[in-house]
Ligand binder design. Structure first.
Ligand SMILES: *Cc1c(COP(=O)(O)O)cnc(C)c1O
Length: 234
């Protein structure tokens, strides 16, 4: 087995173990492989080892990879997980399957209007800023329900859930507490009658804490592809 295949296997084992520890069924948690800064061949290798969902942060880099892997398009699912500017929404609406980083209505409206009619609605998550950090992306928790109602009403989008990127915390319990904040917002929106099925939460370093707090999709880069060198502009 290749190295990426080995690493994928280990990550899947971590997820399965975390689910057992949390008393959850492993089928409740999906793995999104974050391939940013790695080339199409790394994605091809991961796909050959059984992985189908991939996350990209930078629109142009993602588009280049989607094009380079056009032969696999029908068996790949591409997720845009990075901050999205309004002048970049069109190619995202045209080429990606999911967007995790909706943090304002204007972006959602553009994606809905620009989603081609021949494609299924774009699956989307709202990014919630659970740390309250002023310069971090995401809607404040107290505004998430209103945004969810507005986004759920857009015709060419399908609101699936929430995404959060909690700060790294010292120790499992502290990390879990931060993750539970995201879960609380998720639960409150569901309690308000909006059907969500996705809590996109947890990365290489905190996936166990995220799964214990109810994550249904972990976004893992480093533990699958190795360390990144940040040569790419944001
Ligand atoms: C880079 C990134 C990840 C993956 O992080 P790792 O620590 O490499 O697993 C997950 N989510 C988002 C939004 C990212 O930007």
């Amino acid at each position: 087995m290749t190295m990426i295949g080995d690493d994928l296997q280990q990550v899947n084992n971590r997820i399965a173990k975390a689910c057992v520890t949390a008393g959850r069924d492993p089928s409740e948690v999906r793995l999104l492989a974050v391939s940013k800064t790695f080339g199409p061949e790394a994605v091809r290798e991961a796909h050959a080892a059984g992985q189908s969902a991939f996350g990209e942060n930078y629109v142009q880099e993602g588009l280049d990879k989607i094009e380079a892997l056009a032969d696999l398009r029908s068996s790949l699912e591409w997720h845009c997980i990075g901050p999205l500017q309004s002048n970049k929404t069109r190619p995202v609406a045209e080429h990606f399957d999911w967007v995790h980083s909706i943090d304002r209505l204007k972006i959602a409206e553009r994606l809905s209007a620009q989603r081609p009619a021949h494609l299924p609605p774009l699956d989307v998550c709202l990014q919630v800023n659970v740390d309250g950090g002023a310069n971090k992306s995401g809607v404040p928790p107290e505004e998430a329900l209103a945004l969810a109602r507005a986004v759920a009403a857009l015709p060419q989008l399908r609101l699936r859930g929430l995404m959060a990127i909690p700060e790294p915390a010292a120790g499992f319990e502290a990390q879990r507490d931060l993750c539970l904040r995201a879960h609380a917002v998720y639960q409150s929106i569901r309690d308000a009658g909006i059907a969500l099925d996705t809590l996109s939460l947890g990365m290489s370093a905190d996936l166990e804490a995220a799964i214990s707090a109810g994550s249904t999709m972990v976004r893992v880069g480093t533990a699958i592809f190795g360390g990144r060198t940040y040569a790419k502009p944001a």
